[in-house]
Design a protein. Structure first.
Length: 319
């Protein structure tokens, strides 16, 4: 229970005729009390409307922020929609960005997280090697661990799923002493194996990259069959191209690393990047033929029925 001030007590004792009907002891009308209680809800409703009006009907702001194009007599206030439907292409495709600027559909193009995924994006685009750009897969790792102040327990250091150097600039940019050239054998042609091969090759080592399948990154083949995972496919394509073009990498497909191969090549270093295996809990009945791992749905093209039990509520289970 709150306490009245002397003025509030006097006001509350005034005859009803001297006060506005419906007002509380603080003088707020029912409408004011309503907005005071639900202002956040109304804000959530207003923001999208303002956003839509700004980017759809105001040519000047749209030209700067929304990649809009001005055509007299076309649409309300003479504006025409150009951007956002191509947002992903804007994000990583230099050729499309050039065409937009050349056709004067935008004053400038903004690139954000793609520069985190590949800081050499401008250099590769300028020399015509856009297919070597490491594509951002939009996993939001960069803004989920160290993004102050939006993460409650921020690590204070950013990380990137496709760029291991991000957040480790000191270790990767400081000048190192010349090292002795070594022969490195890498078992496994997934993302980790390819990244290790590229890093070692760029430092001048002789690298042999072996993959037991007939193509690289076989464990991620399932992503090719899921429409919304095409960003992963594009990233893998660029990584495979870089591996194939690196002169210090000897790529050997359909080659399994075993004791005989190691004795034959006599490498100075052997790196194991054979990928991960799923953790299968010891639940009775998991050995039955009706039980499958989530990736088997794509690898083995298994069709499911109408009644399904999903064990595990992680990202894969939710998808």
């Amino acid at each position: 229970m709150g306490t009245y001030t002397e003025k509030q007590r006097n006001d509350s004792e005034e005859p009803m005729g001297k006060r506005d009907v419906g007002r509380d002891i603080n003088g707020r009308s029912p409408l004011q009390r309503h907005f005071r209680r639900y202002w956040q809800l109304y804000l959530m409703m207003v923001v999208p409307v303002v956003y839509f009006i700004v980017f759809k009907y105001i040519p000047m702001i749209g030209n700067v922020l929304a990649f809009r194009k001005y055509r007299p007599g076309k649409g309300i206030f003479g504006t025409e929609w150009v951007g956002f439907r191509y947002f992903k292409r804007f994000f990583e495709d230099p050729a499309f960005m050039d065409s937009v600027l050349e056709e004067k559909k935008a004053d400038f193009v903004v690139v954000g997280r793609q520069f985190i995924a590949d800081p050499d994006w401008p250099k590769k685009a300028k020399r015509g090697n856009a297919d070597e750009i490491s594509k951002c897969i939009r996993c939001e790792t960069c803004i989920s661990a160290g993004f102050i102040p939006h993460v409650p327990f921020s690590s204070g250091v950013l990380r990137c799923s496709v760029n291991p150097k991000w957040g480790r600039e000191y270790e990767n940019t400081r000048k190192e002493e010349p090292v002795e050239k070594k022969k490195i054998l890498i078992a496994g042609g997934g993302p980790a194996g390819m990244e290790a091969a590229l890093t070692a090759a760029q430092r001048g080592h002789e690298v042999i990259l072996c993959e037991k399948n007939d193509h690289l990154a076989g464990n991620l083949d399932y992503s090719k069959q899921i429409e919304f995972k095409k960003d992963i496919v594009e990233f893998l394509k660029s990584m495979v191209i870089r591996v194939q073009r690196e002169k210090n990498i000897d790529l050997r497909l359909d080659t399994e690393v075993n004791e005989e191969l190691i004795k034959q090549e006599k490498p100075d270093v052997v790196m194991v990047a054979c990928g991960s295996e799923p953790i299968i809990p010891p639940i009775p009945g998991l050995d039955k033929p009706m039980v499958h791992h989530i990736t088997d749905l794509y690898k083995k093209h298994i069709s499911v029925g109408e009644k399904i039990v999903i064990i595990g509520g992680g990202l894969a289970g939710c998808e």
